[in-house]
Design a protein around this ligand. Structure first.
Ligand code: SAH
Ligand code: SF4
Ligand code: F3S
Length: 439
């Protein structure tokens, strides 16, 4: 039996791509191994969003520089697309390099590898197809990822994604709804719609059919209890999305709306195509929704030319919005990107100082916001049991972790079920409570 091992870095799109790749390999007769040592084919599905992420694949490959015993190595994903043939120079024991826009060619590439070909590549980027396969092997039996679009047509000055994932292309409404219906029939109750910029989704055959229309239709599929989506670009985020969420509680009470900076001057240099005020208008739409919607974000500190004043504007915006959660990063210069040409690089130490201040502020906001939920009753989707604490691990519609005790303890078989839970305590990163009943 041929065996493969796959390790995944990066975002949810990459995680889901790996599920598709794993299914494709299984259909080719490969069995999935739990460690690289046991595999004949070792695949790394890579991320290039920041330098640290990119370096991870090289440190993995380093471990097998010698004595790989006939093992074959493949680099997939964003570093593969970005570095292309250079990967063979840096790691000569690699024999497959393939970017996400070429995954539909994987069966053909794998067969070339099996024939003994030492250098096999899939690096065409200008594709208008999306990678769909009936073989997707989803890791989570309750929550399923579903790609609605691939690539990105924005040109944020710091970002590699347009170079690693190619131009934006949407799947047809029919194929998305068909896959969602199948998932529901097979027992999945939660679906997460994926794309780099889901708000610019358009049905390729009907340009008046937009993301909010798709949201409404997916949410009506019988059997689905929760539908999430990621990621939203503020520029294309319209009030019709809030209206769709208002109309159907299956659409979760959570929107991830990356702001990147609170300073219009920096946003302009980042080519984000919105001002601070336009961003805040979107927050207002969300705050007017009929049920409270959690808002989370991404922030980059130390973008070239970011002054102390710009940074203070970001802190004020973060305070004003009161985000429920945040991912924050030090700006990392990336190959091919426009920001490389900008002057005013911020020293590493200063980036570190700003990041710490921002993260401390966010922590205090989360403590405050989570504390507001003590005493409320939340619906938790159960993800598993924590032996160490004796608590079940749940997630609320707002995407908060809610750990809770249940009379049956570990024996209760709750994973994948939905319960009402009374919140009794709150910390910066999670809530804790006691179960009431199944819903
Ligand atoms: N498509 C998504 C973002 C994908 S990347 C969107 O537009 O929101 C996820 C996050 O990584 C970005 O939101 C940004 O905050 C961060 N990021 C991207 N490039 C970066 C860079 N060069 N340095 C630091 N952070 C970066
Ligand atoms: Fe990158 Fe901007 Fe596209 Fe997001 S919208 S993937 S940050 S270029
Ligand atoms: Fe990383 Fe590529 Fe995703 S760069 S964040 S894996 S799109």
């Amino acid at each position: 039996m041929k065996r493969f091992y796959i390790e995944t870095f990066g975002c949810q799109m990459n995680a889901h791509d790996s599920e598709k790749v794993a299914g494709t390999l299984a259909a080719l007769g490969y069995e999935q191994a739990v460690s690289p040592e046991e595999a004949d084919l070792v695949l790394y599905n890579t991320c290039s969003i920041r330098d640290k992420a990119e370096q991870k694949v090289y440190s993995r490959l380093q471990q097998f520089r010698k004595g790989a015993n006939g093992k074959r190595f493949g680099v997939l994903g964003c570093v593969a697309q970005q570095e292309g043939l250079r990967i063979f120079e840096r790691a000569p024991h690699v024999s497959l390099v393939c970017g996400s826009a070429s995954y539909s060619r994987l069966p053909e590439l794998i067969s070339e590898l099996e024939k003994g070909n030492r250098r096999v590549t899939g690096l065409e980027l200008d594709s208008n197809e999306t990678f769909e396969t009936p073989y997707t092997r989803r890791d989570n039996p309750h929550r399923a990822y579903l790609t609605i679009m691939e690539g990105c047509d924005k040109s944020c000055a710091y970002c590699v994604v347009p170079y690693t994932r190619g131009p934006e292309r949407s799947r047809t409404r029919e194929s998305i709804l068909e896959e969602a219906r199948q998932l529901a029939q097979q027992g999945w109750t939660e679906i997460q719609l994926l794309g780099q910029n889901v708000n610019s989704y358009r049905d390729p055959s009907r340009s008046d059919y937009k993301f909010a229309d798709l949201l409404r239709e997916v949410a009506e599929i019988p059997g689905l209890r929760r539908v999430r989506f990621t990621t939203s670009h503020p520029r294309d985020f319209g009030p019709e999305i809030v209206e769709a969420i208002d109309a159907n509680p299956v659409l979760c009470d959570h929107v991830h709306l990356p702001v990147q900076s609170g300073s219009t001057r920096v946003l302009e240099r980042m080519q984000r195509q919105y001002t601070r005020e336009e961003y805040l208008r979107r927050i207002e739409w969300l705050r007017k929704a009929r049920r409270p919607i959690a808002i989370t974000t991404d922030v980059i500190v130390g973008f070239p030319g970011e002054t102390e004043e710009d940074f203070q504007a970001t802190l004020r915006l973060v305070e004003e919005v009161g985000y429920d959660s945040m991912f924050s990063f030090k700006y990392s210069p990336r190959p091919n990107t426009a920001a490389l040409q900008l002057d005013g690089q911020v020293p590493e130490e200063e980036k570190g100082r700003r990041l710490t201040i921002l993260q401390e502020l966010q922590r205090s906001i989360q403590i405050r916001r989570n504390a507001e939920l003590v005493g409320t009753v939340q619906e938790a989707a159960v993800e598993g049991y924590n032996q160490a604490t004796g608590q079940w691990i749940g997630r609320t519609s707002q995407n908060r972790i809610l750990n809770f005790t249940h009379p049956g303890g570990a024996g209760a078989d709750l994973t994948g079920k939905y319960l009402r839970v009374r919140v009794t305590r709150a910390g910066p990163n999670s809530l804790a409570g006691e179960s009431l009943d199944l819903v």
